[in-house]
Design a protein around this ligand. Structure first.
Ligand SMILES: *Cc1c(COP(=O)(O)O)cnc(C)c1O
Length: 357
């Protein structure tokens, strides 16, 4: 027996890239669509977007715009190391599990070394171990530490954690790359100036995600260490990542960075996740797996309950063992969406209990 639903497919918690384009990004594209403009980034939108990013980070950084996160990460990483180096990251990192080896490919074979750590964050002791394990010429020389902020498990590195990692990286001569596909959610969550968790915490290059923040498309690669940006435009072009109608990639940045809409939109996603987390914690048999600090809630659901939810039309990803489910909120998620999901989980849970009794 299943609980019936009035909505056949419900994508609200599947992923933040299931959401549409938010109005600010859309309107900026419409505005950029009036008439002609120079191509390949020689347009006023691109200049303004770069300038706004420099204002937000309060520093003179070098900015590039690419189509997606895989390209942003792998091209940025390639410019941080040689082929005989290695990149240290968490075993759950997107660059390891979801980018089809692009980091290794674009850096011509650089090895990715995996470390563990609770809640999706690298354990500093494990990083030191990866560096010190060997120091001879036969080991791929550790050169880069890649951090994901917010992490793949919906947690956020605090300023203190990042400062400690920066100190460690300095000591071991590691450069720091930050995968910020959900950087907006991290900043909104911490409520700090963006510089506090980037260049002031030793980050050399940030891949700043637009897509999951509410853009149609596009990520910014922000080099705080400008020397590392040397000839980066050639890497982008060679990789097929130089947009010819660049203004449509960059206008949304102008629209979203205006009036801090990037933080408002990310804040909505975070708030919905927090609400969902607190409601789920009160349901029997549903265990929240990690503290929800950004826009995701991971829960350990009994497999039958997950199955019932799917039959009710809910789409969500399952990772890490059987039953572990991820509910992801976006700029578009509403409190009513959260209530509807919680109600269905409560109903399914009650029904399961009834069947067991
Ligand atoms: C979504 C995501 C990316 C970018 O993925 P693309 O599909 O290549 O745009 C990068 N890192 C993390 C952690 C992500 O969640």
């Amino acid at each position: 027996m299943t609980v019936t639903s009035t909505h056949p497919t419900r994508f609200q918690f599947a992923s933040d890239n299931y959401a549409g384009v938010c109005p600010e990004a859309w309107e900026a594209m419409a505005e950029a669509n009036r008439g002609y403009a120079s191509s390949y980034g020689e347009d006023p939108w691109t200049a303004r977007a770069s300038e706004r990013l420099r204002e937000i980070f309060e520093t003179d950084c070098e900015v590039f715009f690419v189509f997606n996160g895989t390209a942003a990460n792998s091209l940025a990483l390639a410019s941080l190391c040689q082929s005989y180096h290695s990149i240290i990251c968490h075993e759950m990192a997107h660059i390891e599990t979801d980018e089809c080896g692009a980091a290794e490919f674009f850096s011509n074979g650089t090895k990715v070394l995996l470390v563990r750590g609770d809640n999706g964050k690298v354990d500093p002791a494990e990083v030191v171990h990866a560096v010190k394990r060997r120091s001879d010429i036969h080991y791929p020389k550790p050169k880069v530490l890649s951090l994901t902020q917010a992490t793949e498990l919906g947690t956020v590195y605090s300023v203190d954690e990042l400062q400690a990692i920066a100190e460690l990286a300095r000591r071991h001569k590691l450069r720091i790359h930050m995968d910020g596909a959900r950087f907006s959610n991290a900043v909104a969550s911490l409520g700090v100036a963006p510089k506090e968790i980037t260049w002031k915490a030793g980050v050399d290059v940030l891949c700043f995600g637009g897509t999951k923040n509410g853009f149609a498309i596009g990520e910014a690669v922000v080099f705080f260490n400008k020397e590392l940006a040397y000839e980066f435009e050639y890497r982008c072009k060679q990789a097929g990542q130089l947009a010819s109608k660049m203004r449509f990639l960059t206008a949304p940045w102008v629209g979203m960075l205006e009036n801090d809409m990037w933080l408002t939109r990310a804040g909505n996603a975070n708030r919905c996740a927090r609400l969902l987390e607190s409601q789920l914690r009160s349901i029997d048999g549903v265990d929240v797996m990690y503290p929800s600090q950004a826009n995701a809630v991971f829960v350990d659901l009994p497999p039958q309950l997950a199955e019932m939810l799917r039959e009710m039309g809910w789409h969500f990803y399952t990772f890490i063992g059987s039953g572990g489910a991820r509910f992801m909120c976006s700029w578009e998620t509403t409190e009513a969406d959260v209530d509807a999901l919680v109600k269905d989980i409560q109903a399914a849970s009650a029904q399961l209990k009834g069947e067991k009794a």
